[in-house]
Design a binder for this molecule. Sequence first.
Ligand code: CMP
Length: 139
Amino acid sequence: MEHTLSIIKPDAFAKKHVGEILSRFESNGLTIVAAKVKHLTKDEAEEFYAVHKDRAFFNDLVSFMISGPVMVQVLAGEDAIKKNREVMGDTDPQKAASGTIRADFAENIDANAVHGSDGPETAKTEIDYFFNPDEIISI
Ligand code: CMP
């Protein structure tokens, strides 16, 4: 059993795609073991995405992530990190396979509907950033 962090981003939240996106996770064998709705502050978005701070897109990314509420979840399942990345599709929705969340709900590489951890260490850091252990159920 593996855990991964997922964020339903401001674009998908504003378009009321939260329910459909959660349904994609569940129908692909992932279980939502923690969830919260948040409106990130600039400091939170900058800290969460600190690994990208030297990239040209960093300021646009932070501005976008604080433009409206998000839903943050911990997803659990066998190979949850890889499974979630498959269900999300490519970071760039133009390159995302059909039937993936980003192909179906995302507009462009900035407003790309969802974030998912990219490896075990990132997943741990990202989950710890948003959740206390007692907010995550055991399954
Ligand atoms: P995410 O998985 O949340 O991780 C960082 C985000 O930066 C990414 O999704 C994209 O929304 C955004 N981004 C914008 N431009 C790029 C780029 N050229 N490469 C990667 N990520 C980008």
